[in-house]
Write a protein that binds this ligand. Structure first.
Ligand SMILES: [Zn+2]
Length: 313
C-alpha cells in the first residue's frame, strides 16, 4: 500500500471543495473597489488554499485526518509538504513527508502569465504535485470586485517537467551535465547538473553556472513559464508537443487546462488547415474559417474538442 499515492488521491478529491470554500470566503472578505494585477493577491490565494485544505482534511476521517500541509523552508524546492500530522519532520531528507506541492497562480486577465515552474527533475519525487490556480477580479456593481478562482490544475509534477524539458531542448536550449560544466567544476563538486541554459547558453535559474550569467540580470527567466513552456515555433517542436500529449494523460490535462484559459495559445498550436480539418472531422460546417474562428466553433459545439484534437493530431 502506498501512503503517498493515497494521500495524493485524497487531496485531489478534496480540491474542488477547497476552491469553492476559498471563493465563498474571498467573495465576502476581499470585496473591494478597484483591483490591480500586481497586487500579491495570487500569493494570498495560494496561502488560502493551504489553510482551507487543512481545514477540510482535519474534518475528515481515516488517512485524510492524519495528513496536514506545511510550508517548506525557503531553501527547499517546492512550496508545501504534505505531512503525517504530528510526525517528526526533517525537510532536508524529506522525513515525515508524504509528498510536496509547488503552488502557482495566474491571473487570467494577464497576457503573458508570470508564473514559472522551474523545479528540476532531480529535485522532484514521483508523487510531488504541481498546483496552478487561475483567478481574476470579478466585477460587482458600483466598481467593486473580488478575486475569484475560476479553475485549477493539480497533478503530478514529473510529466509537466518532461514536456517542459523536451520543448526546452526543441527550442535549442540545453541542460548542464556534471561532467561538462561550463564553470569547469570537477564532477564531484559540481552543483549545476541539470541546470537549464537557453539557446544562447545563458543560465535560466539563479543556481545555474556563474559563467553563464546573462549581462545585467541574474538569469534569463524564460524557462518554465506556465504558458510559455508549451509554445512551439517549428514543425519539429510541434511534433514533440503532439507526441507527448498523445502519450501521457497528465500532459494532455495540463495542455488542455492552459489552452482552455489562453485560447490564442491553442489557436497558434495548429495550422489553419488543421483547424479546418478538425471542424470537418467533427461534422461542423463553416466556409473557410480562420484558425481562431474554427477554434471558437469547436469550443462552442464540441465539449470534448480537446480530446478530439489529441487523437486527430
Ligand atoms: Zn558546475
Amino acid at each position: 500500500m502506498n501512503r503517498s499515492a493515497d494521500a495524493v488521491a485524497i487531496l485531489h478529491a478534496d480540491a474542488p471543495k477547497v476552491m469553492d470554500a476559498i471563493n465563498a470566503f474571498t467573495a465576502q472578505t476581499f470585496r473591494t473597489r478597484g483591483g490591480r494585477l500586481g497586487s500579491g493577491m495570487g500569493s494570498l490565494l495560494e496561502a488560502l488554499w493551504v489553510y482551507h485544505m487543512n481545514n477540510v482534511l482535519a474534518n475528515e476521517g481515516g488517512l485524510a485526518r492524519k495528513c496536514e500541509l506545511a510550508w517548506l523552508p525557503d531553501h527547499e524546492p517546492a512550496d508545501f509538504a504534505c505531512l503525517y500530522r504530528g510526525a517528526e519532520w526533517e525537510p532536508q531528507g524529506r522525513h515525515g513527508e508524504l509528498f510536496r506541492i509547488e503552488a502557482k497562480s495566474m491571473n487570467v486577465g494577464v497576457d503573458e502569465a508570470k508564473g514559472h515552474f522551474t523545479n528540476l527533475a532531480k529535485e522532484t519525487a514521483g508523487h510531488d504535485q504541481l498546483l496552478v490556480l487561475i483567478w481574476s477580479w470579478e466585477n460587482l456593481e458600483n466598481g467593486y470586485s473580488w478575486p475569484r478562482i475560476h479553475d485549477y490544475f493539480l497533478g503530478p509534477s514529473l510529466p509537466i517537467i518532461e514536456v517542459r524539458d523536451q520543448l526546452h531542448l526543441a527550442r535549442g536550449g540545453t541542460f548542464v551535465t556534471g561532467s561538462a560544466c561550463p564553470d569547469g567544476c570537477t564532477r564531484k563538486a559540481c552543483t549545476h547538473d541539470g541546470e537549464p541554459l537557453n539557446a544562447a547558453g545563458k543560465r535560466e535559474r539563479r543556481s545555474g553556472p556563474k559563467s553563464c550569467k546573462p549581462a545585467n540580470v541574474e538569469y534569463a527567466a524564460n524557462f518554465g513559464g506556465l504558458v510559455r513552456m508549451l509554445k512551439t515555433d517549428n514543425g519539429a517542436a510541434r511534433a514533440i508537443f503532439r507526441g507527448l500529449r498523445k502519450k501521457d494523460d497528465i500532459i494532455h490535462a495540463y495542455i488542455s487546462f492552459i489552452h482552455r484559459h489562453f485560447p490564442s495559445e491553442e489557436v497558434n498550436q495548429f495550422k489553419k488547415i488543421e483547424w479546418q480539418a478538425a471542424l470537418k472531422a467533427l461534422g461542423i460546417n463553416a466556409v473557410n474559417p480562420t484558425a481562431a474562428a474554427a477554434n471558437e466553433l469547436l469550443r462552442k459545439h464540441v465539449s470534448d474538442y480537446q480530446d478530439r484534437l489529441r487523437s486527430l493530431f
